[in-house]
Design a protein around this ligand. Structure first.
Ligand SMILES: [Zn+2]
Length: 83
């Protein structure tokens, strides 16, 4: 997602507008050619936007889904389960 589009989307969620009834529960995206680990773009976006939210990253080549949370200066992997 382009950064401007991401910011416009965030603006209508409770992340930016506490009165909004659209709840940001995380950011989900795929890495079509890479591992399910945060890329340098993910890290830069999280740093620049100070997004304290969860990230789900799916690796297409590895068919693997991993979860992370940005904790201010780095991503920390979190346990996820699919039900
Ligand atoms: Zn990514």
């Amino acid at each position: 997602m382009d950064p401007l589009q991401l910011m416009q989307t965030l603006d209508i969620t409770n992340y930016s507008d506490k009165q909004s009834d659209i709840y940001l529960c995380g950011i989900v995206h795929s890495h079509p050619l890479g591992k399910a680990i945060p890329s340098r773009y993910d890290i830069n976006d999280a740093k620049n936007q100070k997004l304290k939210t969860s990230y789900l990253i799916y690796s297409v080549p590895d068919n693997e889904l991993k979860g992370y949370i940005w904790i201010g200066n780095h991503f920390e992997e979190i346990d996820i389960s699919i039900v």
